[in-house]
Design a protein around this ligand. Sequence first.
Ligand code: ATP
Ligand code: MG
Length: 204
Amino acid sequence: MIGILGGAFSPIHNGHLFLAEYVMHTMGLEKIMFLPSKKPAHKNVSIMDEADRLAMLKLAVQDNPDFFISTMEMERDGFTYTADTIRTLPDTHHYCFITGADIFATITRWQESDYLLRTIKFVVASRPGTIKLANLQDHLPTWYLPHITYDLADTTKSCYLLPMPELEISSTYIRNALKDNRPLRYLMPESVFFYLQSKYGIVS
Ligand code: ATP
Ligand code: MG
């Protein structure tokens, strides 16, 4: 099974990489697909250029043979919806979608959310400073609640809640730190830090 980690990756950071590594290891996945979004439909913050996000993502995953990038959403015209992505995936593999708790809590507002909940296996990891896994049920349709479990061995379920050692890192912090000249080294791979440094002239 391939785990799909979608995101803006604006920029990629160690929170994303550790999430990918942790889910891959605990769920016994074959590989992780990093799926950068073209233009996030659900947030209106100013995000970095597509070319920069992709360049940093490449730098971040290049030394891990279990990680790869799909640009299928970036290459699609207009807004990108996960439901369209699902229908485009080659059926040579099984897939699961990996999200942090903050993102999964918004799923009823996604395009075709019932279709997504019925079709995809989700792995939802804890994320500090956001909604707790135990409170996720308040944000999901009642019919879906029996499909959720903490028991990774229960193959009858479609949504796995995964408590994880939490890293309080976000792309928002990094974008703000770039503006305010606050420290950001060691929150991401060195290669990504050096890319940001050459682009924005940061010093720490
Ligand atoms: P932004 O602050 O711009 O929203 P972000 O750090 O949340 O950026 P995204 O690209 O929005 O990063 O997130 C992609 C996916 O990775 C989401 O499912 C998100 O929940 C998850 N994620 C990001 N950072 C972490 C983290 N530190 N711990 C656990 N999950 C994370
Ligand atoms: Mg986010």
